[in-house]
Structure formats: C-alpha cells, structure tokens
Design a protein around this ligand. Sequence first.
Ligand SMILES: O=C(O)CCC(=O)C(=O)O
Ligand SMILES: [Fe+2]
Length: 294
Amino acid sequence: MTTTLNAPISAGRELDVKLLGPNFGAELSGLDVATADEAQLTLLRAALIEHKVVVLRGQDIDDATHVRLAQRLGETTVGHPVWDSGSDVPDEVYSLDSTDNGFADVWHTDVTFMPRPPAGSVLRPLVLPPTGGDTSWADGELAYASLSEPVRELADQLYAFHDGTREFGYYLRQNRGGVGNVWEGSRVTELTPSRHPVVRIHPETGRRALFVNPGFTSHIEGVSDAESRALLDLFYAHLTKPEHIVRHRWSLGDIVLWDNRNTLHYANRDYLPNRRVMHRVTLRGSEPVGPSDT
Ligand SMILES: O=C(O)CCC(=O)C(=O)O
Ligand SMILES: [Fe+2]
C-alpha cells in the first residue's frame, strides 16, 4: 500500500456530498471503506472535521474492517472504560445490544466522564428493528454560536464535572467486581468525575462548542446547586433545539462517524420488543481546552 498522506485533497478523485441539513452533517458517496486508498481516507478525515457527522452507506463490513477503518482515521481506544462487550468482539468494539440493556436514549457525548474523552466515534448497525431506533446528533458549535453574547461570555468562564457513576457505577461494581477495562494505559476501578470547560475549543479548527451533556455532566463548578441546575437546563434546552439537530434513519450497511468534540447524540428507544445491535469504535482524544485555559 502506498502512503500518500500529503497528497493533494483532490488527488484525482472526489466524493459526492449530500448535506443532512443546512448547518452540519453529510452523507458521502463514492467511498468503499474496505478498499479506500489513503487519498480517500484524507478526504474522509477532512469531511468529518467539516461536517461533524458523516454517513456512509452500502458498507458491508465486519468488526475487523470496522476497527481497521478507525485505526486509519486515528488511534483507537478500548471499546469502553468499564463495559464488557464480551469475547466475541475485538477489544476496540463497544457493543450496544438492546437485549443486554444497550440503550443510549439520553443526550450525551461519548465518555466525557474520563479526562480525555474520545475525539470521534465510528458506529454501525448489526441488527435493526423494522422501524425506529433512529439516532440524532446535536451540534455544540451551532448551539454556542446561537447563544446571546452575554450568555456566551458567561459560558466561556465555566467548568463542569462529568460523572459516569450514574450510568456505569452500579455496573462496574456489581457486574465487574470493580475491575473495568484498561483505558489509556490504566485499569479503571472507579469512576472519578472529570472536570472540563463548559465551552470547548476544537483542537483542529479553533472553533468553540458548548461541551456539557445530560448523560454525564453532573454540575457546574463554583456555583450553587440551583444555579448549576438552571444553567445546565438552559444549555441542554438550547443544544437540543430542533434547528441544532440532524437525525439518521439506519439501514444495514450504514456507517456513521462523528466528531465527539463538538456534538451530542441520542438513540431513540422506540422499537421494543424488537432487537437492535450496534457496534462502535472510538478514536483517542485529547484533554478538552476552554477559552480560560489559553
Ligand atoms: O445506538 C446508537 O445509535 C448510538 C449509541 C451510542 O450512544 C454510541 O454508540 O455512542
Ligand atoms: Fe454514545
């Protein structure tokens, strides 16, 4: 295989882009992830930064090719800090199976309860219900930009704690006897809350995004409980305004990639008793940096 990392982005080929909405999200065609060359991967990386959510269709891949795709986009993490997806899948795969309580019907950004949350996620369906189970994404940059200036300035100064205990604490203790997975070189045995800026500066574009989520953010630092609740409610309501959202209806063969540094997502739980199984691979991220950190 030739490595042409510095090839010009056009490099004799183009991907067709169909926008999912006026502000973010795109469906790309003309790319087969199993056989894509380095120039196409460069286009995919650029599309992910530009559009934040990228949909590919007609990709009939297995876990190994899924992991390989993620490895070509960045550095992969273990599937999850504490969840055990079983020995049937590679270590890098996080399996969400509705028959094993694998739901994501709370708005969240992946793994923000760790000091360095993933930079991106790559998700594909293995089993889909006949209808339902759509996934939606919200754009934290669009939400930040559409706040009024005084509230943006307030948000710029704030830090919040992100706590995985509510979602995974009981599981870690009861199902895993307090011994989670090796995440970034160390075994996770407890979920210590992580402190992140409420406004995150994207490490590649420099753009600012609201970086709090109902799944994991527990409270804002240095304000009263009532103030924290009111501020978070304000941010969540704003982040999840319909104008800030794109929604994907899944088909087998789809792969969706998202930038986990400036988006939130939510998976509808509206298909039971049918089954739905998704596999996710995440890309290693950096420590979030806010406007007050620089
Ligand atoms: O099941 C889905 O559509 C999304 C699940 C999820 O939150 C994730 O893969 O990070
Ligand atoms: Fe998620």
